[in-house]
Design a protein around this ligand. Structure first.
Ligand code: HEM
Length: 147
């Protein structure tokens, strides 16, 4: 069971983090250079079909993996336990990611134009950084890098 959860978690991570790196490093610079709002909307509409289910899988498997490491959910923010650092950091990153995503979806994307492309970029870049930090924190559970 542990192997299956980890496999799904890592597979979904490749989709979520990989997709955001492609978006930030390949799609976004071209969109900003050419003011090509349409290209960004096209990428978003294709990517969200696989990116959002990947994030949902990430959260479900992540919570199950966290529960395996610390079965008592009330201890997930007990920072005296180093394992809880990783779980707490992941939950903070998740809250930030969801906050930025909701703001982009409800406030920016409906009125996306050349005028607010930079505001949109300032949503895409942080969410990409968070997605990479998710992976770094994930790897730290084994390596102890961050705690
Ligand atoms: C987009 C979001 C996420 C990404 C990209 C991600 C990525 C990763 C990666 C790469 C690992 C390393 C797996 C390994 O040890 O080889 C990992 C482990 C882990 N992740 Fe995530 N993760 C995400 C979200 C979450 C969430 C929301 C939670 C819930 C708190 C979570 C909890 C865990 C736990 C507990 C482990 C350690 C599993 C273990 O070694 O037993 N993750 N994650």
């Amino acid at each position: 069971m542990y192997g299956t959860l980890l496999l799904i978690h890592i597979l979904a991570a490749t989709i979520w983090t990989g997709g955001h790196i492609v978006l930030s490093l390949v799609v976004l610079p071209k969109v900003l250079r050419e003011g090509a709002t349409r290209q960004l909307l096209d990428f978003e509409s294709v990517y969200e079909k696989i990116g959002l289910p990947a994030l949902v899988l990430q959260v479900v498997t992540g919570l199950a993996l966290a529960h395996r490491l610390i079965p008592d959910v009330s201890q997930w923010f007990n920072l005296a336990d180093p394992v809880s650092h990783g779980i707490a950091l992941k939950l903070i990153l998740l809250t930030l990611t969801v906050g930025f995503a909701i703001d982009a979806k409800l406030r920016i994307i409906p009125n996306l134009s050349e005028r607010n492309l930079v505001v949109m970029a300032w949503h895409i870049i942080p969410v990409t950084c968070f997605s990479i930090m998710f992976v770094v924190v994930g790897v730290s559970f084994r390596t102890g890098w961050l705690w």
